[in-house]
Design a protein around this ligand. Structure first.
Ligand SMILES: Cc1cc2nc3c(=O)[nH]c(=O)nc-3n(C[C@H](O)[C@H](O)[C@H](O)COP(=O)(O)OP(=O)(O)OC[C@H]3O[C@@H](n4cnc5c(N)ncnc54)[C@H](O)[C@@H]3O)c2cc1C
Length: 381
């Protein structure tokens, strides 16, 4: 067992850290305030291969391993959680689905464009009536000559306002529960698709989150992803990897909270001394650092095992559950350490506090992660 990053992973981390510091950090506060999607940042990300991080080189990707990808998300999340989720949905929930379930013809048709950033992906699972219980989704996918016709709506779709393509889940057999769902690759500009207004969110202001409505949308035969009526498995398998990405995002936000708190507490003076001399502040800082290390170990282990092709359902759920909770505790302490200033928009911890919460909600709430872990414990797998 080796707890050091390899030279190659250190290089990846340094590259991502430089990119985040140079190209994202200077704009993060303004993007949060103006709710501006990070379009120019994604243009620059293309040049570093960040739109197809784990896509093999033969399909035009950067060909990095999954741990490299997770390290990149963590570094980006440390400066801008919005840019982090944009990259995460595109790279794991969209491209990850293609890598795992697409036919060779679909890979050749879609991956090079996705990896080049010519297309931006979304993942359309949640519906107004089907969140945690995604298997009860209702979007209809009716068989017609040459394909299917889709009718229904999807909610909270990240990248939804800007994505050019996506993976959508529809009901192909109304009687068969989770075994009556299929996954489809879609062009988001197909006739019949309408994107709603941007959700007014608590955080992740620079990311796009909209409702997407389908009205009699034709999807051709060749766009079925995976087997017909096996789309729920596609959705869940993609989410397993996605959860490691959200754990990395939480880790990045938590690390930023610690960075800010260390710096602030070393210069803020009260009672004639810097506040980091007070034991209560030291305990805050040491708890934050300890929990971040524990979250990092869980997250990196899940990433390495996923990269090795091992079954990581429990490990991914544990990483997300723990990292997101540790992140919430870290941002709470960070605001506390900043006192009244931490409650104002003048300090980064205020944004971190707002951005953190969603890591306990999307890609499976913490309650759902508990269910996943308990089920794995009970079945031994
Ligand atoms: C910013 C943002 C971006 C998102 N991006 C996407 C996206 O790109 N694509 C997509 O498909 N979805 C996306 N989502 C949706 C997200 O995955 C869902 O919000 C999430 O799965 C929870 O579903 P829900 O909101 O319907 O809550 P509900 O499922 O209604 O849950 C409400 C509460 O009940 C609890 N609960 C539900 N069932 C159980 C149970 N069996 N046991 C115990 N407690 C339970 C939940 O944990 C939660 O506390 C996004 C959401 C947000 C906020």
């Amino acid at each position: 067992m080796n707890f050091q990053l390899s030279d190659q992973h250190r290089l990846v981390r340094d590259m991502a850290r430089d990119f985040a510091a140079g190209e994202i950090a200077p704009h993060a506060e303004e993007m949060d305030r103006t709710k501006a999607f990070p379009k120019e940042i994604l243009e620059k990300a293309k040049g570093l291969g960040l739109m197809g991080i784990v896509v093999p080189e033969e399909y035009g990707g950067a060909g990095m391993d999954f741990l490299s990808y997770i390290i990149i998300l963590e570094e980006v999340g440390r400066v801008c959680a919005s840019t982090c989720v944009v990259l995460s949905v595109h790279n794991t929930l969209f491209i990850g689905g293609l890598l795992k379930f697409a036919t060779e013809a679909q890979k050749r048709a879609w991956l090079p464009r996705a990896a080049a950033g010519e297309i931006l992906g979304a993942y359309l699972l949640t519906e107004p009536g089907a969140g945690s219980d995604a298997g009860s989704l209702k979007l209809r996918a009716d068989r017609v000559a040459g394909g299917w016709r889709l009718t229904g709506s999807k909610s909270f779709i990240t990248n939804g306002g800007v994505a050019s393509h996506g993976i959508v889940y529809g009901r192909t057999d109304p009687e068969a529960g989770t075994r009556g769902i299929s996954a489809f690759l879609i062009d988001m500009n197909t006739e019949g698709i309408t994107r709603g207004a941007e959700e007014k969110k608590m955080g992740l202001n620079a990311s796009s989150t909209v409702q997407v409505t389908f009205e009699d949308v034709f999807v051709p035969e060749e766009n079925l992803l995976g087997e017909e009526n096996r789309g729920f498995t596609v959705a869940m398998e993609i989410l397993n990897a996605g959860r490691i990405g959200i754990a990395a995002q939480a880790l990045g936000i938590a690390q930023a909270a610690l960075d800010e708190s260390l710096a602030y507490s070393a210069q803020r003076e009260q009672f004639g001394t810097t506040i980091n001399r007070f034991q209560s502040i030291q305990w805050f800082l040491s708890d934050m650092a300890t929990e971040i290390e524990a979250a990092r170990l869980l997250t990196y282990r899940a990433a390495v095992w996923y990269g090795e092709g091992r079954r990581i359902v429990k490990e991914a759920a544990m990483a997300k559950l723990f990292a997101s909770a540790a992140c919430m505790r870290a941002v709470d302490k960070a605001v506390q350490i900043h006192g009244g200033y931490g409650y104002t928009r003048d300090y980064k911890v205020e944004r971190l506090f707002r951005d953190a919460k969603v890591t306990e909600i999307y890609e499976g709430t913490s309650e759902v992660q508990h269910i996943v872990i308990a089920r794995a414990l009970a079945t031994g797998n």
